[in-house]
Design a protein around this ligand. Structure first.
Ligand SMILES: [Zn+2]
Length: 521
C-alpha cells in the first residue's frame, strides 16, 4: 500500500511512510532539481484543469519522459482496502494537500538581458519565470535571432527556461532594424515571408498603417504565422483587427478607440503622442469616452472574427496606484539592480513617466480600469477568448510576479478563479495554436505541470513564488508558492530557483552592473 492513501491523517501518514520505506523493495526517490526522470509519479493530487472545469481529485499523475502518460483517479474505498491500482514510478512527488494544474503560459513576455543599457543576467529572468510556475513564454518582439537560439536550447533541455515561442516584431517597436524599412504592402509581404523563412513562430505588430497591416496579415495567413497586435492609438483600431483577422489584440487602446462616437478622443491642443506623460495621462481618459453602444458592436465584431484579447491589466497598474507599484514586497530580495535603475522615473526610459503623477491621474485611471474590466467580462460573455500576459520588465513589473498579479486583476474584473486559470493555461495554449499539446492536465499532453503548495482557487496569491501568509493555530505562517514547476517532464524546485535568484541579486547589488558598450534601442 502506498502511504499517500492516508493523506487526511498526517501523523499516521508519516508512520506508514517509514514502514512502507522499510517494507517496500522499490522505494521511489524524490525528484532531482533540473533532471528529467524516466517515470515520475505525482501522488494524491487535486487537479485544476486548464479548461474551466472544477477542481477534482485525488489523482495519481504519471509522467513518462516529457509526456503525461496517465491521470489515474484514486478510489477512496480501494485506497483504504489496499487494492487501489496505482502507476509505478522511480521518482515521486507526494502532492497530498497540494494542487496540480497546467504550467502557466505567459502570453506576453519579453526576453531581456539588459535594461536601459545596463546588463541583466538572462538567468535572473528565466529562473523567476520558472519559479512562478511559468512553463511557456510567448516572447513578443525581442532580438529575433538570439531568442530563436534560446528557444532551441530550452527545447533541448540544455537551458533552464520555459518553452519559448518567438513572435518577431514588425513595425515600430523592438530592435528589428529590417522592419523599419517597410514602405509598401509588397515590402510588408516580403518581410513576412523572410520571417517565416527565419523560423519564427509568429509576428508582433506595432504601429503600422492600414495598408501595410492588411498586406502583412494577409501574407501571414498565407504562410501560417499568427499575429499579436499591440493595438495603440494609431491609424488602425479594433475594427481593422476584426476585418483583417488579427490573432490577438495586446493591451487595449485600439478597443475603446474603435468605439469613440466621433472617431477621435478629446485631446487638448497641446497633446503630443510621443510625450509619454501625455500619452499615459490621456490614455487614462480613453475608456470613459467610448460610446457604450458602439463598444458592444466592436466587442461583438472581435468575437465574430475570432480575435483573442490579451489585456495585460498588470502593466498599467502604476497608473492607478503608483505607491503600490513602487513598493512591492518582492523588491526587497528579488529586484535586480539593473531593473531597479530602469524603473526610476527618467524621461530617457520607456514607461518612466511618473514624474508629477497626480491623484487626479490616478482617479481617472481607476475609472478607466472599471470600464475596461467590464468590457473584458462583456467580451468573454459574448464568446470572446481572453488570455493572460504580464509584459514585465517595464513600469515596476517584475518577471513572474507580474503574471500572478495579472491573474489577481482578472479576478478583480469579476472572473471566477477557474476562468482566470483557464485564461492563463488552456486559453493561452489556444492563442498559441498549441491546444492539442499544452494547457491541460491530460494524458498525451506535454508534461508541463505545476505543483502548488495550497489551493489557488481559494487564493491566487498562493501562486506567487514567495507564497503568501495565513494564520494557523493563532500563528502567522508562510504558505503557498509553486513547489515544483515541471516543464517538458523536467522538475524544477521552486524554492531552489528563488534562492538562486536571491543570490544573483545579492551578488549584483554588491558589484553594480556597468553600462554595456552598445546599448539596445
Ligand atoms: Zn510588451
Amino acid at each position: 500500500m502506498k502511504p499517500s492513501a492516508f493523506s487526511h491523517q498526517p501523523a499516521v501518514l508519516l508512520g506508514l511512510l517509514l514502514i512502507a520505506g522499510v517494507a517496500s523493495a522499490q522505494t521511489a526517490r524524490a525528484p532531482q532539481h533540473g533532471v528529467r526522470p524516466a517515470k515520475l509519479a505525482i501522488r494524491n493530487a487535486m487537479i485544476i484543469e486548464g479548461n474551466g472545469t472544477p477542481a477534482s481529485g485525488p489523482y495519481d499523475i504519471l509522467l513518462e519522459g516529457n509526456l503525461i502518460a496517465s491521470v489515474v483517479a484514486l478510489d477512496p474505498v480501494a485506497l483504504r482496502g489496499g487494492t487501489a491500482r496505482r502507476p509505478a514510478a522511480d521518482v515521486e512527488i507526494d502532492a497530498t494537500g497540494k494542487y496540480v494544474m497546467p504550467g502557466l503560459i505567459n502570453i506576453h513576455g519579453h526576453v531581456q538581458d539588459e535594461r536601459g543599457g545596463l546588463p541583466q543576467p538572462l538567468d535572473y529572468e528565466l529562473k523567476l519565470w520558472l519559479a512562478s510556475g511559468i512553463t511557456t513564454v510567448r516572447d513578443v518582439g525581442s532580438r529575433t535571432r538570439r531568442t530563436l537560439e534560446l528557444r532551441e536550447r530550452s527545447a533541448a533541455g540544455t537551458l533552464q527556461a520555459p518553452r519559448i515561442f518567438v513572435y518577431a516584431s514588425f513595425g515600430g517597436g523592438g530592435d528589428d532594424v529590417e522592419s523599419r524599412g517597410i514602405r509598401s504592402p509588397e515590402d510588408a509581404r516580403a518581410r513576412v515571408r523572410a520571417l517565416k523563412a527565419q523560423g519564427v513562430d509568429g509576428i508582433k505588430s506595432v504601429g503600422i498603417d492600414r495598408d501595410l497591416m492588411q498586406a502583412m496579415l494577409d501574407e501571414a495567413k498565407k504562410v501560417g504565422l499568427p499575429v499579436a497586435h499591440h493595438a495603440g492609438v494609431e491609424e488602425t483600431n479594433a475594427w481593422d483587427d476584426a476585418r483583417f483577422g488579427t490573432t490577438s489584440i495586446e493591451h487595449w487602446y485600439g478597443v475603446p478607440d474603435a468605439a469613440l462616437a466621433d472617431g477621435v478622443q478629446g485631446f487638448p491642443a497641446t497633446y503630443n503622442y510621443n510625450n509619454e506623460v501625455d500619452r499615459f495621462r490621456y490614455a487614462g481618459r480613453l475608456w470613459r469616452e467610448a460610446d457604450p453602444e458602439k463598444l458592444g458592436k466592436v466587442l461583438q465584431a472581435l468575437v465574430d472574427a475570432g480575435v483573442a484579447w490579451d489585456p495585460t491589466l498588470v502593466i498599467y497598474e502604476a497608473s492607478r496606484d503608483l505607491t503600490r507599484a513602487q513598493n512591492q514586497p518582492w523588491f526587497k530580495d528579488y529586484l535586480h539592480p539593473t531593473l531597479e535603475e530602469y524603473f526610476k522615473p527618467n524621461p530617457a526610459n520607456h514607461g518612466s513617466y511618473f514624474i508629477g503623477w497626480s491623484s487626479t491621474d490616478e482617479a481617472f485611471w481607476r475609472e478607466n480600469y472599471r470600464i475596461w474590466m467590464a468590457a473584458l467580462r462583456d467580451f468573454e460573455r459574448r464568446g470572446g477568448m481572453i488570455g493572460a500576459g504580464e509584459d514585465a520588465g517595464f513600469i515596476y513589473q517584475m518577471y513572474g510576479f507580474g503574471l500572478i498579479r495579472e491573474l489577481e486583476l482578472q479576478q478583480e474584473a469579476g472572473f471566477h478563479p477557474l476562468k482566470v486559470i483557464q485564461h492563463a493555461t488552456g486559453n493561452n495554449a489556444k492563442i498559441l495554436g498549441q491546444e492539442g499539446r499544452l494547457g491541460r492536465v491530460r494524458a498525451g499532453w506535454l508534461a508541463d505541470l505545476i505543483v502548488v503548495n495550497g489551493n489557488p482557487l481559494e487564493d491566487l496569491k498562493m501562486l506567487y513564488a514567495t507564497g503568501t501568509e495565513t494564520i494557523r493555530d493563532g500563528k502567522t505562517v508562510r504558505t503557498g508558492g509553486v513547489e515544483w514547476t515541471i516543464k517538458d517532464g523536467i522538475p524544477y524546485h521552486g524554492p531552489t530557483l528563488l534562492a538562486q535568484v536571491k543570490e544573483i541579486v545579492a551578488r549584483d547589488r554588491a558589484t553594480p552592473p556597468r553600462a554595456v558598450t552598445s546599448p539596445n534601442p
